[in-house]
Design a protein around this ligand. Sequence first.
Ligand SMILES: Nc1ncnc2c1ncn2[C@@H]1O[C@H](COP(=O)(O)OP(=O)(O)OP(=O)(O)O)[C@@H](O)[C@H]1O
Ligand SMILES: C[C@@](O)(CCO)CC(=O)[O-]
Ligand SMILES: [Mg+2]
Length: 416
Amino acid sequence: MDETIISAPGKVILHGEHAVVYGKTAVASSLNLRCFVRALPSEDGCINLDLPDVFLQRQWTVKSVQDNLLPRLVQNGYDGIVSPEPASEDELEILKEFAKIPKDSTATTSELAVIAFLYLYCKVFCSSSKRTLPAFRLRMISELPVGAGLGSSAAFSVCLAAVLLQWSGQISCKSPQHLPREDYRGDTAMSGSLGWSRDEQLLINKWAFLGEKIIHGQPSGIDNSISTLGGAISFQNKIIETVQKMPKLRILLTNTKVPRSTKLLVAGVRKRHEKHTLVMEHMLEAIEGIAQQSLRVFAALSDKPYDTEAYAELEELIDINQSLLNGTGVGHTSLDKIVALTARYNLHTKLTGAGGGGCTYTLIKPGADEDDIKNVKKELELEGFQCWETCVGSAGVAYHPTGHSDPTVPQQLFES
Ligand SMILES: Nc1ncnc2c1ncn2[C@@H]1O[C@H](COP(=O)(O)OP(=O)(O)OP(=O)(O)O)[C@@H](O)[C@H]1O
Ligand SMILES: C[C@@](O)(CCO)CC(=O)[O-]
Ligand SMILES: [Mg+2]
């Protein structure tokens, strides 16, 4: 294979995080911040994995993977019979041992990215008819803050799945595209321009979910699905529906910079669910009600984009959901601070993603006072938060022209 550059977007969950893990409906949209991967054939017989965002660099010889890892993961030889299945506990232990993570310590979230890589590398190539594992250099750079609720792990897993499937010949993009970065709203009609067929995208999504499972524990699958497909989706029990009638929402994203792990937060909600099952079920159902109501308002707004009543309803839904998420145990004082600060400007904010720190989104209505927006950003930044203003929706997984010919690809991807 030749040099390959692929990217996948982060996401914002508009409503339904955590509830979606329990089979409730959630609504998510992709973001104009992306993770990029560049793969290059290598002559040294090694697999070089370079993950500067999490300060990790690893190298293995293909021979050591072939002799010491593969036979323990794939017992019947690698002849195209492996299908996308989640890693078992035993396999995770084998991967940890191969990655030299001490037996009695748990892998850090960053190290889980290495485990996810090794698992997907072995299994994807064993699911293809190609019999040789390739030697290559793989570098990944993300524009997304890592571990902040904007789906960095999903964008990472989608990039990884796509590059490995492309290299193993299971998907084939023949015409890389320059990615329009401004105001691009991915939808099924435009997905062809991203490089792969719908079936190929679904295969990428399937494998990416397995990477997410290694990093997250028990993901619902919403993050990898929106990162693969782009645009906006509603998601319930692995059923993905493209939101066709989505207004061009303007939002302010704020990163608290409080680190947290989605895996631990999801586990914490499960604990609370086990302890107060009935109460939590009602709360999760209420969150689902908000997601469904928001879909109706989005449809109304896409027909009547300046409907002030519809915006007022969206703001109320944001407030109610933020309170419910606090009740499920994923709030944080830094999030409360942003909610209170933006409320002083009559702006409405909720956490997005797993919570416990991470990011919030604030809805900006059409006709909002631009001085207010400037001032609220200034105040948030003075508090040490980081802000981005953006619109929801961007292209899903995308195949880029190689070399330096695509200006949307970050230069750091070419450094080594
Ligand atoms: N650019 C990257 N390079 C290497 N690993 C990454 C990168 N981006 C994400 N990861 C992996 O994802 C982990 C962070 O995932 P986590 O699910 O905790 O946060 P998130 O995906 O940003 O937030 P959320 O799941 O709430 O949207 C990192 O610790 C690492 O394992
Ligand atoms: C918290 C959660 O609902 C969203 C994380 O972005 C977890 C998941 O759906 O996998
Ligand atoms: Mg994640």
